[in-house]
Design a binder for this molecule. Sequence first.
Ligand SMILES: [Zn+2]
Length: 128
Amino acid sequence: MDRVMKVRCMQCGAESYGRRDKRFCSQDCKNAWHANRREELRAIMGEVNGALRRNWTLLVQVLDGAYRKQVKRADLEALGFRWKYITEIFVSDSGRTFYLVYDCAWSKLSDEEVLILRKGWREQSHET
Ligand SMILES: [Zn+2]
């Protein structure tokens, strides 16, 4: 038999008696709490996803059909590129670090320049 104990509602804070795992005083409070979590997640994901989408779009625009291009860091930044928004970090056998944004990537060449690539560039070029 489940023990009845004093529990506090996670939404409104009201105390009531119920099973140890009871988390809400009512269905309305339960619905409101879950709606708040969904809204919270939507806001957080929206900001990050938007920045990633923008970065990807800029890389594709700058590549302009090419699979590989050398560009000035400042030029990418001027377009609104945000370096910290990446989807993966990849280190090649030669030790070069690539920062992926979905199927595109960038890699630092110098303080001024970066190499940008799109998936498939190895098949399109004999360079490494
Ligand atoms: Zn409540």
